[in-house]
Design a protein around this ligand. Structure first.
Ligand code: ADP
Length: 407
């Protein structure tokens, strides 16, 4: 019997990640990544329920070639997981930026593709890659519908006073400069899981979700709707991240430019690289953007690693405290993504001395190693603190299916 599947595709600036899932059971069938597209060290790593992990270095010039490679592998007679196009009910594409036009997932049409192009300038690294992914899928899987699932969509419920920037209004009206927020799929998924874990309707809950990975963001969620989030017009704003500076005084940038005009030559690219790729944990520690390396270095007495760690945790604590006020109290505080799920050290530091907000972490529960969803707050804690592994692929698959069925 033919089991219908959903293919989830995530095209980054130089990578393509994919997961093939069965529709009803939601089981993962095959998954993999093409990395370093266009570079000499490009490789393709893949695995399936029936095959072990395999990694090959090869020439992969662009996203189209990467997708062709993936589809060829998925249809391979010996190691593939699909026999016929009709087995794939829908392809769900993760899209970085949906601007103001896309407040929910959409089925791809010619009009949708045109609209998507409007946001190339806002997300120059990601949206063109997402678009290339859509075109490539159309070519290699003709007749299979595609759905776009936007990282920004879940945040579209923010009120205007939360998403506006206090710069002249014309930049909002003419150029769409406003807060959009990112990691929406993850915040959406963990908030839904939190409601299930707390055995309460999402409509009755006030939650703060903390997504801490290489990129990090915090969201304030009331009745299942985002009321504020820390990332802004781009993913640069908000808490300190692996290589991103998060919130800084914007006046620092023209000041740096005035001291190093030669180095930056008024180039926004060089300044963007400074703030997006050379700052955060990496910039402060001078060592690494990887939290595991930072924690190891702290244990061997590295002072700058300690400072970077403390700055990151402090910035998250400030957002939690601010959103606690915005929501007038919360029921749950959720930690997710690479750092949020795996680092008791970070969670403990962030939650220390938040008793005034009714947030108390149980040290033993927090230190328990697990990849499961788990409560880590103490029995005295008014707020439930929960670790929930995120599952953006599953969320994209569900959204794609819902979108397809709704048409
Ligand atoms: P991305 O934003 O790229 O999806 P992830 O969600 O995978 O990133 O998170 C990557 C981050 O998670 C890295 O900083 C990594 O060091 C951190 N991380 C993963 N495992 C651990 C761990 N056991 N302890 C501390 N940090 C961890």
């Amino acid at each position: 019997m033919k089991i219908l599947k959903v293919l989830v595709v995530n095209c980054g600036s130089s990578s393509v990640k994919y997961t093939l899932l069965e529709m009803v059971s939601e089981k993962k069938v095959a998954w993999g990544i093409v990395e370093c597209i266009g570079l000499s060290e490009a490789y393709y790593k893949r695995q399936s329920v029936n095959t072990d992990e395999k990694k090959d270095y090869m020439k992969i010039a662009n996203h189209r070639e990467a997708i062709e490679l993936v589809i060829k592998n998925l249809f391979d007679e010996k190691v593939g997981s699909i026999v016929d196009n009709s087995e794939i009910a829908v392809v769900g594409h993760r899209v970085a930026h949906g601007g103001v036009k896309f407040s929910k997932s959409v089925l791809v049409t010619e009009k949708v593709k045109e609209d998507l192009k409007e946001y190339f300038a806002i997300a120059p690294l990601h949206n063109p890659a997402n678009y290339a992914g859509v075109l490539a899928i159309e070519k290699v899987l003709p007749g299979v519908p595609s759905v776009l699932v936007f990282d920004t969509a879940f945040h579209q419920t923010m009120p205007d006073y939360a998403y506006m920037y206090a710069i002249p209004y014309e930049y909002y009206e003419k150029d769409h400069v406003r807060r959009y927020g990112f990691h929406g799929t993850s915040h959406n998924y963990v908030s839904q899981r939190a409601a299930t874990i707390l055995n309460e309707s999402l409509n009755k809950l006030k939650l703060i979700t903390v997504h801490l990975g290489n990129g990090s963001s915090v969201a304030a969620i009331e009745k299942g709707k985002v009321v504020d989030t820390s990332m802004g017009f781009t993913p640069l704003q908000g808490v300190i991240m692996g290589t991103r500076c998060g919130d800084i005084d914007p006046a620092i940038i023209p000041y740096i430019l005035s001291f190093y005009p030669q180095q930056y030559k008024n180039s926004s690219d060089a300044l963007n690289t400074l703030m997006n790729k050379k700052s955060g944990l990496l910039g402060i520690s001078g060592l690494s953007a990887d939290m595991r390396i930072i924690i190891k270095a702290i244990k061997s007495g590295n002072k700058r690693a300690k400072l970077a760690f403390e700055m990151l945790c402090y910035s998250v604590k400030k957002y939690i405290s601010a959103y606690y006020g915005v929501l007038n109290g919360i029921d749950g505080l959720i930690f997710t993504a690479g750092i949020g799920e795996n680092s008791p050290f970070v969670r403990e530091k962030i939650c220390a001395n938040l008793h005034a907000l009714g947030i108390e972490v149980d040290s033993e529960k927090n230190n328990l190693e697990s990849s499961e969803e788990r409560l880590i707050s103490s029995s005295n804690s008014k707020v439930k603190v929960i670790v929930i592994p995120t599952n953006e692929e599953l969320m994209i698959a569900r959204e794609s299916k819902i979108c397809l069925d709704g048409v």
